[in-house]
Design a protein around this ligand. Structure first.
Ligand SMILES: *Cc1c(COP(=O)(O)O)cnc(C)c1O
Length: 355
């Protein structure tokens, strides 16, 4: 059977406190209002003014020449890799990266690249780590073409790459003649957390994308940015993959709304994540990684309960968390308030006390 994530067990109450993912936010009435008012056209034909406005704003925000609106972050990664690479090329990335773990094997099935995963702490690596995997340019070795980073590093604990380190690894890649790509699913969390402007954060990267369905609270869409030439070639892949849309402005309007209203407030999610980590740390047997942003990973091995059991117990109390790599992940976002955090800590404490 195909895994259906977060299907509540029979008899579970509706989810009251959703720490499962920042993808599960619901559009607010004000965001829906902006969608209702959107001017639309045929996006595939280049006639949707709201999509153009979103792409122009995103290109400016990222300091890139051009941008393209896509249905999902996964499609941004797939199209970026198809545009940067050809079959048989190698992509250097982190071992825990989304492209390796969470894209359904698309890089074997569709892009034809192989991915070399670096095994380093917290989803981040250094210039020396990259130098350590440079292959000789012979006909035996796979041609290395692309360096990929995640900002923030999701399975790395929502960690923020320091800007200097991002630039150093990008420099090594460029010295080798590789391109650089940033998976910026939660880029704005990194920018708000570090107090660094997006265009400075991504300056070392030839392509970068931002997800509007994570902390930014839009119902769908992601924007991939790069040079005019790169985005022109990416459009061909968008068309080939069936990612060209019609009156997509109705969704782009939600993204524009998110750019105006939902970025600065990410600081609240980070404060809530820190409060959650502090609360969880008081529970015997729980080990908590200090969060940089909105993802709180904790280990409950010391309590004797396994992750699936905790998830089930919490679900029966209307609380959703996820399990990732043997740890529990709790994610804060715009539908999670400070009182909910306090309540969740209490419920987790009670659930674990039964172990
Ligand atoms: C969510 C996520 C993606 C994929 O984005 P979708 O919009 O879910 O397709 C890619 N990379 C990272 C790091 C993510 O967290």
């Amino acid at each position: 059977m195909v895994h259906a994530p977060n299907r509540p067990p029979a008899g579970a109450p509706p989810v009251r406190i959703n720490l499962y993912s920042d993808t599960q936010t619901r559009p607010t009435p004000a965001m829906k209002e902006a969608m209702m008012r959107a001017e639309v056209g045929d996006e595939q034909h280049g006639d949707d003014p709201t999509v153009h406005e979103l792409c122009d704003r995103m290109a400016a925000l990222m300091g890139k020449e051009a941008a393209v609106y896509l249905p999902s972050g996964t499609m941004c990664n797939v199209i970026a890799i198809l545009t940067h690479c050809t079959k048989g090329d190698e992509v250097v990335a982190h071992e825990s990266s989304h492209i390796l773990h969470s894209e359904g094997g698309t890089h074997a099935a569709l892009t034809g690249v192989q991915i070399l995963g670096l095994k380093t702490p917290r989803g981040m690596f250094t210039a020396d780590d990259v130098r350590g995997v440079i292959r000789p340019k012979t006909r035996y070795a796979p041609p290395q073409r692309l360096l990929e980073v995640e900002q923030t590093a999701n399975i790395g604990g929502g960690a923020i790459w320091p800007l200097a380190q991002l630039n150093e690894v990008a420099d090594v890649a460029h010295e080798q003649g590789w391109s650089t790509h940033m998976d910026g699913a939660r880029l704005m969390n990194a920018c708000v957390g570090a107090g660094i402007a997006p265009k400075d954060m991504v300056a070392g990267y030839d392509s970068v994308w931002l997800d509007f369905t994570k902390g930014l609270g839009a119902p769908l869409g992601a924007v991939l940015c790069g040079s005019e030439e790169f985005i022109g070639r990416a459009w061909r892949w968008k068309q080939r993959l069936g990612g060209s849309m019609r009156q997509a402005g109705i969704c782009a309007a939600a993204c524009l709304y998110a750019l105006d209203h939902n970025i600065d407030r990410l600081a609240e999610d980070h404060a809530n994540a820190k409060a959650l980590a502090r609360g969880l740390r008081q529970i015997p047997g729980v080990e908590v990684e200090e969060p940089d942003t909105n993802l709180v990973f904790f280990d409950i091995k010391g309590t004797g309960m396994d992750v699936a059991k905790l998830q089930e117990k919490l679900q029966m109390r209307g609380i959703a968390v996820s399990g990732l790599g043997g740890r529990v992940r709790a994610c804060t976002h715009l539908d999670v308030t400070a009182p909910m955090i306090e309540e969740a800590v209490g419920e987790i404490r009670t659930a674990l006390a039964a172990a």
